[in-house]
Design a protein around this ligand. Structure first.
Ligand SMILES: Nc1ncnc2c1ncn2[C@@H]1O[C@H](COP(=O)(O)OP(=O)(O)OP(=O)(O)O)[C@@H](O)[C@H]1O
Ligand SMILES: [Mg+2]
Length: 277
C-alpha cells in the first residue's frame, strides 16, 4: 500500500507498510551498553527499546546515573551499543546521524565568538554563504527573544540567554530531530518556562521531533506527548505514559493548569521511587 500519513511519513512500497515503518525517525530495539571500569564490566543500559515518531516530543526521566546520557550518546553515534539496533529513518546507525541536532546540558558556547557568531558556526562549517548564515542566525536569535543581543559575547549574557543562544545554534541548522540532554536544568523557573514554550513551538510548528532527557517531572509532562520512565542501572523502560492534556501543547503554564497534569506527575514520581536521604 502506498500512503502519506501526516504529510510526512511516506510509504512508496507495497510490502505491507514496510516503508512506513522505515520512515519513523528513530527506532531503538533492545539496546544494551556497558562500560569497562578497572577491568570490570559495568552494565549501564540493560535492555532498552523506544520509538520517536514524526512531530513527536518524547521525554525520558530516570534516576540519576541510570544511563540517560549514555543512551543519548549512543543514539548520536558517539558510543557504540553492545547489543541491539538503532535505526534513523529506517537505516541502521552508521556514525553520526544526519539532520539530528544534539544539545548538552552545558551550553558550550565559544567565548571568543559573539552570540551571532556562535549561532552561525554550524552553517559556516557546512559552507552556507556568509550573508545567508548571518540572516538565518539573526532570525533565529530574534525568534528566541534575543533581538539586539547578536553582537554580545557569551560572558556578557545571563545563563538563560546563553542557553537560548545554544538552542538557536542547534535549531538554526533546521534539524529534523533534536536530542536534548537536560538543556534547561540550570535555569530559574521563569526562564525555564519561557524556553520550554519556545522549544515546544519551534518543534511543533516546524514538524520536528524531540527526545528530551530531564530530571524535572513537570517539564517532562508539560512538554511531551509521551514520557518514558527508566529504571535504575542497568536501565530498562519501567513505565510509559501517553500524555493527553487536552490543550494547546505550546503553553507550558496552561499545561500545568490542565486537569490531569498533576495525576501524571504523581504517577511518574511514584514510579521513580525517589527515596529522601
Ligand atoms: N565513560 C565512562 N566510563 C565508565 N563509566 C561511565 C562512563 N560514563 C558514565 N559512566 C557511568 O555510567 C553510569 C551512567 O552514566 P550516565 O551519565 O549515562 O547517567 P545519567 O542517567 O545521565 O546520570 P545523570 O542523571 O546524573 O545525568 C554512571 O554510573 C556513570 O558513572
Ligand atoms: Mg546525564
Amino acid at each position: 500500500m502506498t500512503g502519506v500519513v501526516n504529510g510526512a511519513r511516506v510509504a512508496g512500497d507495497d510490502v505491507a507498510g514496510a516503508k512506513a515503518v522505515a520512515a519513523v525517525p528513530l527506532v531503538v530495539q533492545h539496546v544494551a551498553k556497558s562500560y569497562e571500569v578497572d577491568g570490570r564490566v559495568v552494565p549501564v543500559i540493560g535492555d532498552l527499546s523506544l520509538t520517536l515518531d514524526h512531530s513527536q516530543i518524547v521525554s525520558i526521566v530516570g534516576p540519576s546515573g541510570c544511563g540517560k546520557t549514555t543512551l543519548l550518546n549512543t543514539l548520536c553515534g558517539l558510543l557504540t551499543p553492545d547489543r541491539g539496533r538503532i535505526s534513523w529513518y529506517g537505516r541502521e546507525i552508521a556514525g553520526q546521524p544526519q539532520n539530528v541536532g544534539y544539545m548538552l546540558q552545558k551550553d558550550l558556547l565559544l567565548p571568543w565568538r559573539t552570540a551571532l557568531g556562535n549561532v552561525m558556526l554550524g552553517l559556516e562549517i557546512r559552507g552556507v554563504a556568509a550573508s545567508e548564515a548571518r540572516d538565518r542566525g539573526h532570525a533565529m536569535l530574534d525568534q528566541l527573544g534575543l533581538h539586539g543581543f547578536a553582537a554580545h559575547y557569551p560572558s556578557t549574557l545571563s545563563g538563560g540567554m546563553r542557553q537560548r543562544v545554544a538552542l538557536a545554534r542547534t535549531l538554526v541548522n533546521e534539524p529534523a530531530v533534536l536530542l536534548l540532554d537536560e538543556p534547561f536544568a540550570a535555569l530559574d523557573f521563569q526562564n525555564k518556562l519561557l524556553i520550554e514554550s519556545d522549544t515546544a513551538k519551534l518543534v511543533r510548528e516546524g514538524g520536528r521531533s524531540l527526545l528530551l532527557i530531564t530530571h524535572d517531572i513537570e517539564e517532562a509532562v508539560s512538554l511531551a506527548d509521551r514520557v518514558i520512565v527508566l529504571s535504575k542501572r542497568p536501565t530498562q523502560v519501567k513505565a510509559v505514559y501517553n500524555i493527553a492534556l487536552g490543550i494547546e501543547r505550546t503553553d507550558m503554564m496552561a499545561a500545568r493548569d490542565s486537569r490531569d497534569f498533576s495525576k501524571y506527575v504523581r504517577q511518574i514520581w511514584a514510579d521513580l521511587d525517589v527515596v529522601l536521604q
